[in-house]
Design a protein around this ligand. Structure first.
Ligand code: MRU
Length: 339
């Protein structure tokens, strides 16, 4: 399937359809499936990625796990799928939030003759809610612009990472539409190059002027006073505001702090983990060595040493100027216990 305007995922004619992000930006390939196992694999391989998006994927996958399953087998089938999806990626809390939502719906309706339809409706609702949350994040984000700004961002937080128009990306996009964005610098985001491959794709599609830079250029750029503020997404926010996001985010926060540049996080409230008090409690995913030692399936380093490859880091709350959600813009010190 090919569409002139891109989308990250959809549910069309009984099938889950997603854009394979590992092929971007060179090919726009959409994959159709009815298999929850294929969706779980797609999450693991980062064919679909970004915290809110993988939550939505898990919700659709759990609905599909009961498609054409006789009622007497549904409980076993559902919890097998829950277990499979829960071990795809550990850090983004949106995945576990969506699984919990689907569990609640399953438990309340497990005797229904049409549990598949009930679960599918909840998955569609989660998807629609995320679209609305993204819109509101964009709108709330307008409050952080003091004037026409040059912005630095990291990883990918746009349509490709969410159900809607993005989190940090939608702060930029909404600002741009209001004439408030001068220029965007996007980190390439080693090792999987979400910035170079995906954020560039989305900035281009939206006509926003930008440059991609190596991650290691960020501090120099700040030193040259070119950045008005930094805005990034989040995979999990602890109750005290400590934030896990793509590896390299912490480096940016330290540099921004040193150069007196405001550093913002944008995320839906589903990224705030009510069970996590502080950043140290967040489980960080470590990725396969090959992702660092190969490029385009070509080996670029020998095999005889190990690598250190966390997928995420944790930025302490005191380095974060503000956290933008669909509800509000919060400022340090944070306490999300009643949010
Ligand atoms: O490993 P990824 O590509 O899934 O990591 C994504 C990020 O770190 C994003 O910044 C985060 O999920 C927020 S997406 C709106």
């Amino acid at each position: 399937m090919k569409k002139s305007n891109y989308f990250s995922l959809d549910f069309i004619n009984g099938k889950f359809v997603f854009l394979d992000q590992t092929k971007l930006p060179l090919s726009e390939i959409y994959i159709e499936t009815e298999s929850y196992k294929q969706i779980a694999e797609a999450i693991e391989k980062l064919e679909v990625r970004g915290a809110p998006l993988i939550g939505i994927c898990a919700a659709y996958a759990l609905a599909l796990s009961l498609k054409d399953i006789p009622k007497k087998y549904s409980e076993k089938a559902f919890y097998k799928a829950v277990e499979r999806l829960a071990r795809t990626r550990p850090t983004a809390v949106n995945l576990f939030w969506a699984i919990d939502e689907m569990k609640k719906v399953f438990e309340a309706n497990k005797n229904s003759d049409n549990i598949y339809k009930v679960l599918l409706n909840r998955a569609k609702e989660i998807h629609a809610d995320d679209i609305e949350k993204c819109r509101k994040i964009g709108e709330n984000g307008l409050r952080i612009f003091k004037h026409k700004s040059t912005i630095l961002t990291h990883c990918n937080t746009g349509k490709l990472a969410t159900g809607g128009d993005g989190t940090a990306f939608n702060v930029i996009k909404t600002g741009f539409e209001k004439g408030l964005v001068e220029f965007v610098y996007a980190d390439e985001t080693r090792p999987l190059l979400q910035g170079l491959r995906l954020t560039s794709f989305e900035l281009k599609k939206n006509g926003i002027p930008f440059k991609i830079q190596s991650d290691s250029s960020a501090a120099t750029l700040m030193q040259k006073s070119k950045i008005d503020f930094v805005v990034v997404g989040a995979d999990r926010i602890a109750l005290n505001g400590d934030t896990a996001n793509k590896i390299g985010t912490y480096n940016l926060a330290v540099s921004a702090n040193y150069h007196n540049i405001p550093f913002y996080v944008a995320a839906p409230s589903t990224t705030i983990d009510k069970k996590t008090i502080k950043g140290d409690d967040i489980k960080i995913e470590f990725r396969n060595k090959n992702e660092l030692t190969t490029m385009n399936d070509q080996k670029i380093a020998p095999d005889d040493y190990d690598v250190y490859s966390p997928a995420f880091d944790v930025t302490p709350a005191y380095l974060i100027t503000g956290i933008i959600t669909e509800k509000d813009v919060y400022f340090f010190p944070y306490n999300f216990i009643n949010e």
